[in-house]
Design a protein around this ligand. Structure first.
Ligand SMILES: [Zn+2]
Ligand SMILES: [Zn+2]
Length: 346
């Protein structure tokens, strides 16, 4: 079979590999879709401290069960499934409290285990143990189901930031994650959602799809002034920064209304994670700053349901479909910002 393997920064190879077979506690999938994201680009450029190469990468996985280990119950050949990316241990104090997104023993598909940029792959016992395989509702395509994983992370972020009925929301960053945030905020009852993005081209493409109440290009206007103008000086209830920029986080603090919540959804570069924060803004305005680290198996299940119910459509966000041979093109396309979501169809 064909796989895309990461060897070193700048070195991902499409090569032949023996087809794997499922051990007694595992499933084997035929991968139908594995979507790409900014993380794949990061891995391609810099590697990752959790990846010990060579490794088949790809973590936004949807496929068909083709082999079921003898100890595995509940699945059979032909089942259409979506697979979690972040694998919590299920046993540590954080997992036991239900906080599976911050499990310190977390492992990941495409990092510790071979991932979905392959014709076939193994779902390890660690995934099955935490109920990390989800049946794809009949109405959804494999491509749509592959978006459930990044969307699950978005769902975690908005739950922590308590986005709800009547809120005004700013989303900073108009990539696939930003687009999903705009749609989910609406589905959760937000009254107005504003989208902020530096690249005019990217903003226009995203705004045409997810139709925010205002599309604010931060290359042209000061986004803080613009948000304050749109809200009669009040600021917004929730700011979500889906951009790896300290400036976005600093601006976010200044766009928040009293009692506002700021989600630092996107992480910052490891070598530059310090921002300036006026602590008195947080103090006097009773602001809440929250993080967000991936998603739990339960978030993945609910993400699939939200997509299937039509509450948050994702089909139109998948702008590019490429074969497995095209993984490098896909990563390049992600880097140029000309796509929303690029999916690989092995
Ligand atoms: Zn991803
Ligand atoms: Zn744990």
């Amino acid at each position: 079979m064909k796989v895309a393997r990461f060897y070193a920064p700048g070195d991902i190879r499409i090569e032949e590999a023996p087809e794997p077979s499922a051990g007694p506690d595992e499933l084997k999938l035929k991968v139908h879709n594995c979507s790409t994201c900014g993380t794949d680009l990061k891995i391609f450029r810099h590697g990752h401290h959790h990846i010990d190469p060579p490794r088949v990468i790809g973590h936004e996985i949807a496929g068909e069960v083709v082999e079921v280990g003898s100890n595995v119950d509940g699945w059979q050949a032909g089942d259409r499934v979506q697979v979690i990316a972040a694998i919590p241990c299920g046993e540590c104090p954080d997992c036991k409290r239900g906080w599976m997104t911050i499990c310190p023993n977390q492992r990941s598909m495409g990092y510790h285990y071979d991932g979905g940029f392959a014709e076939y792959m193994i779902v390890p016992h660690a995934v099955l143990k935490v109920d990390g395989v989800n049946r794809i509702p009949e109405s959804l395509s494999y491509a749509e189901a592959s978006v459930a994983e990044p969307f699950a992370c978005v769902l975690n972020g908005q739950e922590l930031a308590r986005v709800g009925e009547g809120d005004t929301v700013v989303v900073v960053g108009a990539g696939p994650i930003g687009c999903l945030h705009v749609r989910l905020a609406r589905a959760r009852g937000a009254e107005a959602v504003y989208l902020v993005e530096l690249s005019r081209q990217r903003l226009e493409m995203a705004a045409a799809l997810v139709k925010p109440d205002a599309a604010i290009c931060s290359a042209d206007v000061d986004p803080i002034e613009e948000v304050l103008r749109l809200t009669d000086g009040r600021g917004v209830d929730v700011v979500i920064t889906a951009a790896a920029a300290g400036k976005a986080q600093e601006d976010g603090l200044k766009m928040a209304a009293r009692r506002g919540r700021i989600s630092f959804f996107g992480g910052l570069p490891k070598d530059n994670p310090i921002i300036a924060c006026d602590s008195n803004l947080v103090h006097y305005r009773e602001l809440t700053i929250v993080g967000a680290n991936g998603s739990s198996p339960d978030h993945n299940k609910r993400a699939l349901e939200l997509i299937a119910s039509g509450a948050v459509p994702v089909d139109d966000l998948i702008t590019h479909r490429m074969p497995l041979d095209g993984v490098l093109d896909a990563i390049h396309t992600v880097s140029t910002g000309e796509a929303i979501k690029v999916t690989i169809e092995p």
